[in-house]
Every structure is written in C-alpha cells, then in structure tokens.
Design a protein around this ligand. Structure first.
Ligand code: IPM
Ligand code: MN
Length: 371
C-alpha cells in the first residue's frame, strides 16, 4: 500500500532520531511491499530561525494532507531561559496539536525485562508493568485564557473542559481497555478543581456503556506516589492535559530511560507520532541519542494505519536490540553503539530477522554487508 507521511524532524536530536525511524519504515516498506512517500517540513526553533514562525502555514498544509505525521523533537535552550521571548518553539507543536484536533495522546509505558535494572526503582516493583496513558491533548490549562497584568506582577492561566472534550477521549480509553486488562483509572484533582469534578461525572456516565471495564479514580498527588510505589496496578490511565504531561514523564522512569517512550496523538482527521522526550540539545549532532522512542513511534504509526504485522516487526527488532544490547549509552554505559548503528541494526533485523544474530558481529565491527 501507499502512504503519505509528513516528516517533521524538528530541533536538537530530532533529525538524528527521525532518520533512524525512517530507516525502520524503509525496511518495512521493502519487506512488506509498501510505498511510503515522505514530505519533510519544519517546526520549532529551526522554523523560527528560517521563517520567524514556529509552525509555518506550509508545514500545517503538509500535515493536513498526510496519512500520518512523524515528528522528532522540539525546543532550543536559547528560548528556555528567556521568559520574555515572544515566539517559542513549543508554540509550534501546541498549535499543530490544536489546529489538527489531535485530542487523544497515547503514551505506552512498559518495563522491558532487559532494562529493569536500568531503572532506579526496584525490580520487584516495576517488573511486569504495562500501562497505557491516555492524555487529553488539546484542552485544559494548556489552551485556556492567559493573562499578565499590565505591571507584570500578576499572571493568570485559565483551565476549562467541556463534556464533549472529556467524552471523546474517554471513549478511546475505554475501548483500549477492552483489548487490555479491562481497567481504567481516571486521574484528577476532583477534591479541588471544578474541571476535575466534570471529568468524574462525565467519565462515570460513559463507564455505564462499558460494563466489562472497571473504573477507578485517583487524585493526581496520590497517583504520582502510586506510580512509583505500585505501577503494576495501572492498566489504562485517563487524564487531562497537564496531569498527563507530568505523570507520563514520571512513568518513563519505569522503562529505564525516557529515550524509550513513544507516543501517538490522534484526532478525527490526522494523527501524529513522536517520542515523548525533548530535543536533548547537549547531544545534538553527536550521534549518541537513543533512537528507540522514535523508532517505536514509527511502529505506533504503522499500527494506526492498520499495518499490524509491520508494527510488530519493528517492536520485535527493538526487543532484539535490547536483548543483544545493541543500544546507545543511556541504556548501557559500556556500549559503543551510536544512534545510527542502532538504527542500522533495527532496519537490518526487520529485513533479515533470521540472520541478524550472525550479522551482529559484523555490525559490531562496522562491517555488515547489509548495512
Ligand atoms: C510533551 C512536551 C510538550 C507538552 C511541550 C514540548 C510543549 O512536554 O509532549 O509532553 O508539554 O505537552
Ligand atoms: Mn511533557
């Protein structure tokens, strides 16, 4: 089959990890006879530098016309410590999410057996963890009214949610739970926030349509604690924008590295796939960043396009790279594998799952005949 994929490498390590994801997709295209047509576009600090706009109209148009969007990372230190900056790279991503209506952000968190000892958390606590976080992505305090008083001494961020905004993602979360362990945990702050009380009421109502699913509630402060005390209790987590942002970074510790977490952002018309990590400016251009989150984002992209076997092929290749420790240094301090070598291995394994074990030695020596 033929698909149009919009590719936004973005800032920092974005282009490096995106290249590895494309290698994986190309390997899938060769193996399963698909055609992926990539159209590259700019967003973030690089787009500000080139056009003054973090999300140029052209990028938006490319994304709208795509079957799926593959995105790298965004952000640059020159904006981070300048509260007076009028344009920021992150505005590009937020505007893209909002313009395309990408309301449902899915962030899977898994404790890979091979990486358990990489996590600062104890083996017995995290082993077997498998969580799917459903984060609302286009509402809440991120997109509320923002104000700064004229004298600059008082600031305001409004948070609002409608039944409609809550319902559409809640249905996605319940449906996902039906194919998993049949539990949804709504994380909120309903003891304090009016918006959270609307979430509870709306989600409780929707739960009646899913009698096979157990619905539980947790306040965000307690949930943050439970995430490291007993993460195995979670199956599907459903939550609003800001809480989802925070709890997903916390949950990434379970996987042993934030460099492993992929995500999808789904709307009615479009969908975007990206690692949850940032642009890691210190590593830019050094070929040391972990490409696995980006590669796993490509797997989520294929899954979304209905290419299940193809998505599995990428996931298997990632698991193999962990098993053989063909990983970057964040996962194994002793490792000598670069970002691109890990990408080469994954692509190689997708195309030749049978002989990659032999070829491993050659790849190690940089002498593979395939790569
Ligand atoms: C994320 C990021 C973004 C967010 C930033 C870059 C605006 O942290 O995707 O989690 O807060 O949503
Ligand atoms: Mn975040």
């Amino acid at each position: 089959m033929k698909f149009n994929i919009a590719v936004i490498p973005g800032d920092g390590i974005g282009p490096e990890v995106i290249n590895q994801a494309k290698k994986a997709l190309n390997a899938v295209a060769n193996t399963y006879n698909h055609v992926f047509i990539y159209t590259e576009a700019q967003m973030g600090a690089c787009a500000i530098d080139a056009t003054g706009n973090p999300l140029p109209d052209e990028t938006l148009a490319v994304c709208r016309n795509s079957d799926a969007i593959l995105f790298g990372a965004i952000g640059h230190p020159k904006y981070d410590n300048d509260p007076s900056a009028k344009v920021r790279p992150e505005q590009g991503l937020l505007k893209l999410r909002s313009e395309l209506g990408l309301f449902c952000n899915i962030r899977p968190v898994k404790a890979y057996e091979q990486l358990i000892d990489n996590s600062p958390l104890k083996r017995e606590i995290i082993s077997g963890t498998d969580i799917s976080i459903f984060r609302e992505l286009t509402g809440g305090i991120y997109f509320g009214i923002k104000e700064l008083s004229e004298d600059g001494t008082v600031a305001f961020d409004g948070c609002s949610y409608s039944v409609e905004e809550i319902s559409r993602i809640a249905h996605f979360a319940f449906k996902a739970a039906q194919n998993r362990r049949k539990k949804v945990t709504l994380i909120d702050k309903a003891n304090v926030l009016e918006t959270s009380r609307l979430w509870r009421k709306t989600v409780t109502e929707i739960a009646k349509e899913y009698s096979d699913i157990t619905l539980e509630f947790l306040f965000i402060d307690n949930a943050a604690m439970q995430m490291i005390l007993n993460p195995k209790q979670f199956d599907v987590i459903l939550t609003e924008n800001l809480f989802g942002d925070i709890i997903s970074d916390e949950a990434s510790v379970i996987g042993g590295s934030i460099g492993l977490l992929a995500s999808s952002s789904i709307g009615n018309e479009n969908s975007l796939f990206e690692p949850i990590h940032g642009s890691f400016p210190q590593a830019t251009g050094k070929d040391i960043a972990n490409p696995l989150a980006s590669i796993l984002s490509a797997a989520m992209l294929l899954e979304h396009l209905g290419l299940h076997e193809e998505a599995k092929a990428i996931e298997k290749a990632v698991e193999k790279s962990l098993e053989l420790s063909i990983v970057t240094q964040d996962l194994n301090a002793e490792s000598s594998f670069s970002t691109s070598k890990v990408g080469d291995f994954i692509a190689d394994y997708i195309e030749n799952p049978e002989d990659s074990n032999h070829n491993f030695q050659n790849i190690h020596m940089g002498q593979s005949t395939i790569i």
